[in-house]
Write a protein that binds this ligand. Structure first.
Ligand SMILES: [Zn+2]
Length: 68
């Protein structure tokens, strides 16, 4: 389930809410205000670089043009 972070505009409370429905009424759990803003979820990109042993041997073909 997606968890969204909200920031209350009234009391500056930051809370996370499980949003199971798209049109789910969300309000501040602290002051009960509806004046909240959804924060952008800043997830860290953990990209594991797998050392793929790609056997890509580029055969450099040097075109030697003799004479001409
Ligand atoms: Zn609040």
């Amino acid at each position: 389930m997606p968890i969204y972070e909200y920031n209350c505009m009234d009391c500056n409370e930051i809370f996370s809410i499980l949003q199971w429905s798209s049109n789910q009424s969300t309000e501040c759990p602290k002051c009960g205000s509806k004046n909240i803003k959804k924060k952008l979820s800043s997830f860290s990109c953990s990209c594991s670089i797998d050392s793929s042993s790609g056997s890509s041997r580029g055969s450099s073909n040097s075109g030697f043009s003799s004479g001409g």
